[in-house]
Write a protein that binds this ligand. Structure first.
Ligand code: NAD
Ligand code: 0WE
Length: 262
């Protein structure tokens, strides 16, 4: 499959990118995968469960994926097995894309004060700790100049009604990104986050008043337009190139300027 790219098709030739978090063709991780592929990188993917395997496998095959294997980031054992397979196949990773979040549906509506201990733990485990767990396994496979990226949302910094426990988890994710940037900096591995505005993906489906949020971005932000998944892909690809060689520990907003509004 051919995808348009602002990048030279050999810019990332020989680079290996591990993409965690494709669910379907709308996934932000898929938009990132397309851009990295268009710039010449080789890709590997995980999937979560049999239902998503049926969605992910054809997409991954369309970009000649080197590896398509299960990995539930709630399980250290599955993460270990996944990274063992990647290590056996490639022996190195240049880019790790972490594009995973989960909270119980009931914790994404109503009052945050009602969040259960289990719901809080689950959101933190899948949405924040998983970055640390993956970075730990990626580090020994990464050469100097490698790059780790995660996806976040501004509900980590300010109250976005209903984002609730995910806002707390994203705050932990962003702080984890910074501490990882410090630790892995000594190996010249960079760690950054992209804070995206709302995009209609599977993770957005069924979120109460998501359409209202898309509408608000179209009305109230400086640019008065919604962002696209492909733009997330382009920013991610830039952050993987040597043009960003000294960029680490930062959260980059791709939100039509929503985050500057009072
Ligand atoms: P998506 O549903 O396509 O992707 C979320 C992914 O998380 C899915 O592939 C799902 O399988 C995976 N996942 C959930 N639990 C998992 C587990 N236990 N193990 C392994 N994988 C698991 O939706 P998306 O919008 O592309 O979300 C990707 C990232 O982007 C998330 O971190 C999300 O918070 C972030 N984000 C999304 C938006 C938006 O509006 N869509 C905005 C800003 C940030
Ligand atoms: O990070 C997200 C959503 C992540 C997410 C989505 C779901 C839906 C299905 C995590 N867990 C679940 N659990 C499910 O059962 N976003 C940035 C998108 C999003 O979600 C919101 C938002 C925005 C933006 C929820 C409330 C308010 C705003």
């Amino acid at each position: 499959m051919n995808h348009q790219s602002i990048f030279n098709p050999t810019l990332l030739a020989g680079k290996k990118a591990l993409i965690i978090g494709v669910a379907n063709e709308r996934s932000l991780a898929w938009a990132i995968a397309k851009q990295l592929h268009a710039a010449g990188a080789e890709l590997a993917f995980n999937f979560l469960g049999d239902a998503l395997e049926r969605r992910v496998r054809p997409l991954a095959e369309s970009v000649n994926a080197a590896l398509i294997e299960p990995c539930d980031v709630a399980s250290d054992e599955q993460i270990d097995q996944f990274f063992s397979k990647v290590s056996a196949k490639w022996g190195k990773i240049d880019f790790l894309i972490h594009s995973v979040a989960f909270a119980n549906r009931e914790d994404l509506e109503g009052r945050f004060v009602n969040t259960s201990r289990e719901g809080f733990k689950l959101a933190m485990d899948i949405s924040a700790y998983s970055l640390v767990a993956c970075a730990k396994r990626a580090e020994p496979l990464m050469a100097p100049g490698s790059s780790i990226l995660t996806l976040t949302y501004h509900g980590s910094q300010v109250v976005v009604p209903n984002y609730n426990v995910m806002g707390v988890a994203k705050a932990a994710l962003e702080a984890s990104m910074r501490y990882l940037a410090y630790d892995l900096g000594e190996k010249k591995i960079r760690v950054n986050a992209i804070s995206a505005g709302p995009v209609k993906t599977l993770a957005a489906a069924g979120i109460r008043n998501f359409r209202g949020m898309l509408h608000a971005v179209g009305e109230k932000t400086p640019l008065k337009e919604n962002i696209t998944a492909d733009e997330v892909g382009a920013m991610a690809a830039f952050l993987c190139t040597d043009a960003a060689a000294h960029v680490t520990g930062s959260t980059f907003y791709l939100d039509s300027g929503a985050h500057i509004m009072g």
